[in-house]
Design a binder for this molecule. Structure first.
Ligand SMILES: Nc1nc2c(ncn2[C@@H]2O[C@H](COP(=O)(O)OP(=O)(O)OP(=O)(O)O)[C@@H](O)[C@H]2O)c(=O)[nH]1
Length: 377
């Protein structure tokens, strides 16, 4: 028999059965062309018949100019230069702190996005230029998880194709992409940008056939030492190409030019395939993780309740008189209502009564000093 679905499972499924926009999180190294790419997909969606303007979020607090009009812009909420001054930080610390501050308000951002969910087909997120500020920060993870648990979400990893033609650079880029994929576990599209300058065929060839990559590697400068032997780097990259072969199988790769608009249609085809992937793979996993978290929480609550009840039972047996006095009094409960919030708090601004703060560790270590323990009253 099927188990009844938990409330959050039902909530999640019913929210997805409504028409939901797809969230596209654009990530990429500085200068890869993220903002230009966002503008290109924005104008592509505007040019559809009927036009389908996306909802755009700019999460880069340090960008001076964005080529699109963002619906929500982090710069309207946090001034990263002011953050740098106030917290005495450098530029990267300033950007990271600005993003952290913005993340504390992200529930409100999601509310705004959800309000528009029925009118838009795509929600696009442009991330900070310094990739690690988003991909390796707590706030980046919080934003990604929050978006991915309310909308079908796809990561678009933008790559500067002309700067990726060297095998070593290509491999570093792929390793980075791999780390983001395993961290987010979201459907992932490799977007080889700037194909007007450098077509991306070489990359597809290397991804489809690792021997092609190894052949390119062997002819590349710096892969042999002075005696003609493969260098350590060469051997490492050869082995890594075998590892990455497995990773490439689960990826979609498209070549685009954000300047000419070439390949943008193919990108949206890949987004649609990824949406199905999200619904087929990511969503059940998300529901499973939520159900497991709820079950764990419930088990912990049940256990502490049972422990308390069994303690009470022991007390009642040992002291039946006290047990008889121990009954529920609604009036007393009402009087005590305000006290509940103070239950675990000590207000350290009040004057401490003698012996309120006793250094227990010190007393244990210096028993010979014959410390006098304070007595109540
Ligand atoms: N030729 C060509 N240039 C491009 C393309 N996409 C972006 N560029 C150029 O690449 C440079 C960087 O583009 P941006 O969109 O600012 O890149 P970004 O990744 O947002 O940069 P950061 O904000 O620093 O991370 C700009 O000079 C763009 O004009 C493209 O498809 N073809």
């Amino acid at each position: 028999m099927d188990e009844p679905a938990s409330s959050s499972q039902t909530e999640l499924s019913s929210s997805l059965s409504k028409k939901k926009p797809v969230a596209i999180i654009t990530i990429g190294m500085a200068g890869a062309g993220k903002s230009t790419f966002v503008q290109r997909i924005n104008s592509y969606l505007h040019s559809q018949n009927p036009p389908s303007p996306p909802y755009i979020l700019n999460l880069d607090p340090a960008v001076t100019h964005v080529p699109y009009e963002a619906n929500i812009d982090i710069r309207d909420t946090v001034n990263y230069q002011e953050v740098m001054k106030q917290y005495n930080l450098g530029p990267n610390g300033g950007i990271l702190t600005a993003l952290n501050l913005f993340t504390t308000k992200f529930d409100q951002v999601l509310e705004l996005v959800e309000k528009r969910a029925d009118d838009v087909d795509y929600v696009i997120l442009d991330t900070p230029g310094q990739i690690e500020i988003f991909t390796w920060s707590a706030s980046g993870a919080i934003i990604t998880d929050a978006v991915a648990s309310s909308l079908p979400t796809v990561v678009a990893y933008v790559i500067d194709t002309p700067r990726t033609t060297a095998p070593a650079t290509f491999m570093s880029n792929m390793l980075y992409a791999c780390s983001i994929l395993y961290k987010t576990k979201l459907p992932f599209i490799l977007v080889f940008n700037k194909t007007d300058v450098q077509p991306h065929d070489f990359a597809i060839e290397w991804m489809n056939d690792f021997e092609e990559f190894q052949a390119a590697l062997s002819t590349h400068e710096g892969t042999r030492d002075s005696e003609g032997e493969p260098t350590y780097m060469n051997s490492l990259m050869n082995s890594m190409s075998l590892v990455l072969d497995e990773f490439y199988k689960g990826l979609k790769a498209v070549g685009v030019s954000s300047v000419t608009g070439d390949g943008i249609k193919e990108f949206f085809d890949a987004v649609q395939t990824s949406r199905h992937e999200y619904e087929k793979d990511y969503l059940p996993e998300l529901q499973r993780a939520r159900a497991a978290r709820e079950a764990k929480l419930k088990a912990a609550k049940d256990e502490s309740m049972n422990r308390m009840l069994s303690d009470l039972a022991i007390d009642r047996t040992a002291n039946p008189e006290a047990g008889a006095r121990d009954r529920w009094d609604d009036e007393e409960e009402a009087d005590d209502e305000d006290d509940d919030t103070d239950i675990n708090l000590i207000d350290r601004t009040d004057d401490a009564w003698p012996g309120q703060y006793v250094d227990v560790t010190r007393a244990r270590r210096h028993e010979q000093e014959n410390i006098k323990w304070p007595r109540p009253g």
